[in-house]
Design a protein around this ligand. Structure first.
Ligand SMILES: Cc1ncc(COP(=O)(O)O)c(C=O)c1O
Length: 419
């Protein structure tokens, strides 16, 4: 059996085939009617069945990273086997061609060109390439919001220590009157020294969506460089990178795209690659070639190849449908819990202000204790957020594998605990 599989792989390598074995889950996904006009609960239950989950608990913590559907996992694991069986051969004869296919697939999905996409391992790496490498003047300042992710804050603070670049922070509310209030706060904080504006698309603490398109439009008019941290927004908010209008954008593809763990994306708008020093030394490529930023050395190509079926899966679901479904799951629980006297919602719930993720707390219960009770008593897994920026509660992030029954169990559990 193992022998015949090996023979097949050798044969397919010899024939130059880039495709691993055709698996059951790929067959299943091919037979699945993604186009069904009626996107009812039966349809979404079928979508959920394309994932394999631990049935011992309900996972409402997709924010860290999302599981890959089985079709993605099979494709990726087939490449693990293929590359392990023909290691240097794959690296020397197939690696580059396959990586360019990944880049083109991702670029097309993001609405940008493949010369604007650098493949990284995660948002942290992408943001470090930008933050550590950005060529700006000694007196130029970087402005960020108070709701940025710790790794990114540390990268900025290290730049300040190392190069003396001044980092300034603008406070933005978690319950703005409307999205325009955020635009006004951020743009209003720009001063004569501000050269760069760094903002999350979706806040990691509570899923709040910042109006990055409007902020970037205004910033561009003022001649600023814009960096968007899209760790949570890529393949979640229905907005292509090209629509945002930013200069730099970073994301983790193991989050909402559902690609294998350890995949990231860095977008650099055409014409500004020269503004970056590579993080990993490179003198081989021209200054304006994005490939100079990808000088990472030997890497797990099987993981990277898994981006292709992940994009295909998301395209089959449809970007709009996915965003809509995630918002629906959020509002199913938030609508019930939001008016309870002991429950606090730490996320703006308006249209476009959040999607699948929201943060919820119960008065007088520490987030850690609440998460423990949900898990111990109700088998529901969430993540407690106890942040001194004023967000205290559970970050709840269902995904396409979540069913309405999962959400209803969460609602029941919260109502029982809240009393
Ligand atoms: C807003 C934001 N930026 C950056 C990151 C870092 O992502 P990664 O650990 O995949 O690099 C996260 C992780 O959750 C995040 O939420």
């Amino acid at each position: 059996m193992a022998n015949s599989r090996r023979n097949f792989i050798h044969k397919s390598l010899a024939l130059g085939s880039m495709f691993p074995l055709f698996s059951m889950s790929q067959k299943r996904i091919q037979n699945f009617s993604f186009d069904s006009a009626n996107k009812d609960e039966a349809y979404w239950r079928d979508v959920a069945s394309l994932y394999r989950q631990n049935v011992d608990f309900i996972n409402l913590e997709s924010g860290y990273f999302s599981p890959s559907p089985e079709s993605v996992k099979d494709y990726w694991i087939n490449y693990v086997e293929e590359i392990n069986e023909s290691p240097s051969y794959y690296m020397r004869t197939k690696q580059t061609q396959m990586r360019e296919k990944v880049r083109e697939t991702l670029a097309s999905y993001s609405g940008v060109s493949s010369e604007e996409i650098c493949l990284t391992r995660n948002t942290t790496e992408s943001m470090n390439i930008i933050i550590q490498g950005l060529k700006i003047g000694d007196d130029d300042e970087i402005l960020r919001t108070n709701l940025e992710y710790p790794n990114i804050i540390q990268a900025l603070d290290m730049r300040e220590k190392r190069y003396g670049t001044k980092i300034r922070v603008v406070d933005v509310p978690i319950h703005p009157q409307d999205q325009n209030e955020i635009v006004e706060k951020v743009i209003g904080a720009v001063n004569d020294k501000t050269k760069v504006l760094l903002i999350s698309h979706m806040v990691f603490l509570n899923g709040q969506v910042f109006p990055v398109k409007e902020v970037c439009t205004k910033a561009k008019e003022m001649g600023l460089i814009t960096i968007v941290d899209g760790a949570h927004s890529f393949s979640h908010v229905d907005m292509d990178i090209s629509e945002i209008g930013c200069d730099f954008y970073a994301s983790s593809l193991h989050k909402w795209l559902g690609a294998p763990l350890g995949n990231g994306l860095l977008y650099v708008r055409k014409g500004i690659v020269e503004k970056l020093w590579p993080l990993y030394g490179d003198t081989q490529y021209e200054e304006d070639n994005i490939m100079k930023l990808e000088h990472l050395g030997t890497r797990p190509c099987s993981d990277q190849n898994g981006i292709i079926p992940a994009v295909e899966f998301n395209l089959k679901i449809g970007k709009k449908n996915k965003s809509k479904r995630l918002k629906f799951l959020q509002m199913r629980w938030a609508d019930v819990l939001k008016d309870h006297k002991n429950i606090i919602i730490n996320t703006p719930l308006g249209e476009g202000q959040s999607f699948g993720i929201a943060n919820v707390g119960i008065k007088n219960i520490k987030p850690g204790d609440l998460a423990d009770r949900l898990f111990d008593e109700y088998n529901i897994f969430t993540v407690p957020i106890d942040d001194d920026r004023g967000i205290r509660g559970l970050r709840v992030s269902p995904n396409l594998y979540s069913t309405v029954e999962d959400i209803d169990k969460f609602i029941d559990a919260m109502l029982k605990i809240a009393g």
